[in-house]
Design a protein around this ligand. Structure first.
Ligand code: MN
Length: 231
């Protein structure tokens, strides 16, 4: 069997302490998973988790110590940053119970759920899908994946984002409404998780706009930092 044209390369993320890469299957994202962020978006913060997706090839990989380039996307005048803890699935499954969830995790990374907020808000108002606001090209910057056994106490880690050196977002992973294990339980009830899936777990309060020339630097304690300039 041959293809009618060459298949696209497999998107992948480097692994800390290894020459091997983590091949990306799907990107799932959790909406409004920190109470103070839900409130700033006009919601109560108390609702079942909900999910959306980004294409696997929307990742922008930035190695430790590098400054990546984030292309300012088309059609928007309100590009927002959302710093997030990313969970990398190493063992698939469906209907995974929260108590078993950690055995399915390969590792963790720092990610940005970049959002065309104006387009997302238009779609919300019209009851239409969020794809154009969330799933655009280069909408999922990510740093290297730290294997779980080297990642420390991620559930209690600090999470933060600075723009041009000034704090925009600062919280802790303990503030998640649906914690990592609960998120995997809910997500795997809706989709069969596969090795290579990434889960962007949600963003704390303080989201805001960036423009060309801005430098974003964010991190999760124990997982290093992710640095990009908007071009
Ligand atoms: Mn998000």
């Amino acid at each position: 069997m041959s293809y009618v044209f060459s298949p696209a390369p497999v998107p992948s993320v480097p692994v800390v302490g290894s020459a091997d890469h983590f091949p990306v299957h799907r990107i799932y994202c959790v909406g409004r998973n920190y109470e103070e962020h839900a409130k700033e978006m006009g919601f109560t913060g108390r609702e079942p988790p909900f999910f959306f997706m980004k294409p696997a090839d929307a990742i922008v990989v930035v190695n430790a110590g590098d400054t990546g380039q984030l292309p300012y996307p088309s059609l928007t005048v309100n590009l927002h940053h959302e710093i997030e803890l990313v969970v990398a699935i190493g063992k698939g499954g469906k209907n995974i119970k929260a108590a078993d969830a950690f055995s399915h995790i390969y590792g963790y990374a720092v990610g940005l759920d970049m959002t065309r907020r104006d387009l997302q808000n238009d779609m919300k108002k019209q009851g239409r899908p969020w794809c154009i606001g969330k799933g655009f090209d280069a909408s999922a910057p990510i740093g290297p994946i730290t294997p779980a056994e080297q990642a420390g106490d991620v559930a209690n880690a600090a999470i933060w984002l600075q723009v041009n050196g000034a704090d925009r977002q600062r919280s802790t992973v303990t503030q998640l409404i649906w914690n990592i294990a609960e998120t995997i339980e809910h997500l795997s009830a809706a989709w069969e998780l596969q090795p290579g899936d990434l889960i962007y777990t949600g963003t704390p309060e303080g989201v805001g706009a960036v423009v060309r020339g801005d430098v974003l630097e964010g991190g999760v304690e124990g997982l290093g930092t992710l640095r990009l300039s908007v071009v």
